[in-house]
Design a binder for this molecule. Structure first.
Ligand SMILES: Cc1ncc(COP(=O)(O)O)c(C=O)c1O
Length: 369
């Protein structure tokens, strides 16, 4: 059987999935353009530009001595620390190989072929991918002012809906929903629909804006809150995130989780990063200043941008692929978002001050060409 014929054996809902397109790696651009990688600025994957917490790096070095052993599949120490921090039971936490894994596990546990999952237009791409991979249908609710239209999302729920995704803040638009509006919404969703509240960028919100949604689970057992160590905690390469949910939901989700889905180095690093509250605080401050720097620079260039609550900003440049290419040629990597239905926009991660400046200068040049 030819490989093409073999591929045709896969379910059509798998063959219809559009592959995820990530940010271009620095080394790839360096190879393509013959550039020194150290001269390239990557603002394409919403990574923490500060580098990891030294405490996390030290924890990885120490844990490296034990890599002949399987990790603790139940991540006892990390779950205890997270439970204490969040005021939940350890049994409410499911760890993931990145929070993407948690999103997938939820679809694995709850979606059958023919079910529906509801999410917003311009919402994070993995909701669609994870839904399609189960043979379920994604119901895409048109955005309102680039953000989630919660009333319309509620109206989109049908008897076939099993899962509903909300990203707060949302990637790539940076839009944000107030805690009050969010809880009102969750209370209105039928109790048999799992609401996944994706808070990958939660730590970038100011304290007064943060929802403390993990505390709502006692009132709304259909709520799952997912968080990431890839962003403000600076551990993207290690792939670790978590979901907080009702213990009965966690018990179910753990059945479809690979026993050792989170490796030992990631667990050790996350435990250390969680304790380094100063690092997260400084990351939030740097991000706030960087957003202001980018906002002011873009305004000077007369370029429109959406107000953002994440560690990135969506910038309207017109012919985005042309501008993207012109930025690449100057050694600056950002992210095109046509696959999010935003062909005139580029998403730019907040970098260090000098990286933001470099982007602004390169953008000015790119827009002249
Ligand atoms: C909204 C949102 N959710 C989840 C993720 C997944 O992050 P990770 O799997 O690295 O935890 C991302 C990553 O970009 C994101 O933007």
């Amino acid at each position: 059987m030819s490989t093409a014929t073999l591929a045709a054996q896969a379910p059509d809902y798998i063959r219809r999935i559009s592959p995820y397109v990530g940010g271009k790696p620095i080394d790839e651009l360096a190879r393509e353009l013959g550039l020194d990688p150290s001269t390239i600025v990557k603002l394409a994957s919403n990574e923490n530009p500060r580098g990891p917490s030294p405490r996390a790096v030290a924890a990885v070095a120490q844990a490296a001595a034990e890599i002949t052993r399987y990790p603790d599949g139940n991540a006892y120490a990390l779950k205890q620390a997270l439970a204490a921090r969040l005021g939940v039971e350890a049994g409410q936490i499911v760890l993931g190989n990145g929070s993407n894994d948690v999103l997938e596990l939820i679809t694995h546990a709850f979606l059958r072929v023919g079910d529906e999952a509801v999410y917003a237009e311009h919402a994070f791409a993995v909701y669609a991918m994870a839904t399609q991979a189960r043979g379920a249908s994604g119901v895409v609710v048109p955005a309102r002012d680039y953000g989630h239209d919660l009333a319309a999302m509620l109206a989109a729920v049908t008897p076939r809906t099993r899962v509903l995704f909300v990203a707060n803040p949302n990637n790539p638009t940076g839009t944000w929903i107030t805690p009050e509006a969010l809880e009102r919404f969750i209370a209105a969703v039928p109790a048999n629909v799992v609401v996944v509240l994706d808070e990958a960028y939660n730590e970038y919100l100011e304290a007064a804006q943060q929802a403390h949604a993990t505390q709502w689970i006692a009132r709304h057992p259909n709520l799952v809150v997912s968080r990431s160590f890839s962003k403000a905690y600076g551990l993207a390469a290690l792939r670790i995130g978590y979901g907080v949910m009702d213990p009965a939901v966690a018990e179910l989700v753990n059945r479809v989780r690979q026993p050792f889905n989170v490796n030992a180095l990631a667990q050790a690093a996350a435990l250390a990063a969680l304790a380094d509250t100063g690092y997260v605080e400084e990351s939030r401050r740097l991000n706030r200043d960087g957003l202001a720097q980018l906002g002011a620079g873009l305004a000077r260039l007369g370029v429109a941008a959406l107000p953002s609550h994440g560690n990135f900003v969506l910038v309207k440049v017109g012919d985005a692929m042309k501008v993207y290419g012109a930025l690449l040629r100057q050694g600056v990597i950002v992210r095109p978002v046509a696959n999010y239905g935003l062909p005139e926009w580029l998403r730019v991660t907040v970098g260090l001050p000098q990286e933001n400046e470099r982007f602004l200068g390169a953008l000015a040049t790119a827009l002249r060409t």
